[in-house]
Ligand binder design. Structure first.
Ligand code: SPQ
Length: 425
């Protein structure tokens, strides 16, 4: 895909449903009793992988008129799949489903694409094994494919080394089936969608700071879910609205859960003209419309507890920092190295190709803002967030930018280029 500079971006955009919440609504609906009706479900490739895995385990899932209906099989009702479960490109599917599969009374093999087969699974293999699970990396490299032989589990108190919602969720889901209580303590609080939704489905889940405990469940009960727009998909329009001259964009119905809202706090610290409108706290997952206008940004330091609350937005914030006055430092973000790509290395490589003054560090980046960007060929490593970030960069840079494997946006935002293009009119 080839893109060039635009003079402005103006208008409204409604970003698709939150990926994390969409995955969870299908997973929890599948192991609940009764029907789960999901509105604004994200029909990206990752969430479709989750649907397909549960369909292979005998769960009836329909998708009609934009509403996904899951006819749950109950906590003990999944069936042994007769083929390997393919998690595609999705870390969330692979790690969360492992927690559900470890305590079943059948055996299963999980795999995924080239990227998934490189992502670290030790982080779930270790705690699930401590609970009594029989889970092995088939190639012995702590990555997928994984072979999981169902076993009875016992609750543990696990102190996670990483702030990861996927690790926390995998353990909590296994804990629903375990004998005794299961507790996870994280070094920093990661997104809490699992805790909120499990409670909504009737589980006994108690959170206290960075510690969360689940009691074994007899059943979960299906429910109606309204998935808010994904703040991680809104970041491309936030960044575009701030760095492209003469822009004003209204991004409708964005999830602003406090465990995901680091982007908003960092934008404010950078001096962004960003306003929250129509804030709605009626549901456990609050939402707002985000209004952004072209701004003079200034550099900032992003570190510590805020990192897990904006981990997927950090690559795009690094782009924003190139347009800010002064230096931006991102640290404590080593987790970026084990996403769909090494997002520190690939951001630095591509930003440098566009003329930015940026350095890679062990756990982040240092960006000296103010150097104008020019077009380049962007190696996305088929990482959806890198492709979308550089589509925005291309619209703010002189000359032409070519984005390789641009269709990888289908993972989380199939209509991304159309929505971006609509704002140029
Ligand atoms: O699902 P996947 O591939 O891991 O997707 C990513 C993304 O950028 O879309 C990460 F690469 O999001 C993760 C996120 O980084 C989704 C997620 C979740 O739904 O629980 C949690 C975060 O990962 P982690 O490891 O910090 O829990």
């Amino acid at each position: 895909m080839k893109l060039t500079k635009v003079s402005h971006l103006r208008g409204e955009v409604t970003v698709p449903g939150d990926k994390s919440i969409s995955h969870r609504s299908v997973m929890f609906g599948s192991i609940a009793k009764g029907t789960t009706e999901i509105h604004n479900f994200l029909e990206g490739a990752d969430c479709l992988s989750t649907i397909s895995c549960f369909q292979k385990m005998g769960v009836e899932i329909e998708n009609k008129n934009g509403i996904v209906t899951v006819h749950g099989n109950g906590l003990r009702g999944l069936k042994a799949p007769d083929i390997v479960l393919d998690c595609g490109n999705s870390g969330t599917t692979t790690r969360l489903i492992s927690g559900i599969l470890a305590p079943q009374n059948f055996d299963v093999t999980l795999t995924g694409d080239e990227s998934i087969q490189k992502r670290p699974m030790r982080r779930i293999i270790e705690p699930l094994s401590m609970m009594g699970a029989d889970i092995k990396s088939i190639n012995g490299n702590d990555c997928a494919p994984l072979r999981i032989c169902g076993k009875p589990l016992a609750g543990i108190h696990y102190h996670s080394k990483v702030a990861s919602a996927q690790v926390k969720s995998s353990i909590l889901l296994a804990g629903l089936y375990a004998h005794g209580e299961t507790t996870v303590t994280e070094p920093k609080l990661s997104r809490n969608h699992t805790e909120l939704m499990l409670k909504f489905f009737g589980a006994d889940v108690r959170a206290n700071g960075t510690t969360v405990t689940v009691r074994p469940a007899r059943e979960l009960f299906g429910n109606k879910i309204h998935v808010p727009g994904d703040i991680s998909s809104s970041v491309y329009f936030v960044a575009a609205g701030l760095i492209i001259p003469n822009s004003e964009i209204l991004i409708k119905n964005v999830g602003i859960n406090p465990t995901r809202d680091g982007l908003i706090r960092v934008c404010k610290a950078m001096g962004a003209d960003l306003t929250l409108l129509n804030e709605n706290y009626d549901y456990s997952e609050p939402t707002a419309d985000l209004l952004v206008r072209t701004s003079s940004l200034k550099g900032t330091v992003i570190e510590g507890d805020i990192i897990p609350t904006m981990i997927d937005e950090l690559p795009t914030v690094a782009l924003m920092a190139c347009f800010a006055e002064g230096t931006t430092i991102i640290r404590d973000a080593a987790e970026l190295k084990v996403k769909e790509s090494n997002r520190i290395a690939i951001m630095v490589q591509n930003l440098k190709a566009m003329g930015a003054d940026v350095e890679e560090t062990e756990d982040g980046m240092i960006i000296h803002g103010g150097k104008p960007l020019h077009g380049a060929v962007i190696d996305t490593k088929k990482d959806h967030r890198i492709a979308m970030t550089f589509a925005v960069a291309a619209m703010a840079a002189e000359g032409e930018t070519e984005i390789l494997d641009a269709d990888c946006v289908n993972i989380s935002y199939p209509a991304f280029y159309r929505d971006l293009e609509n704002l140029t009119k």
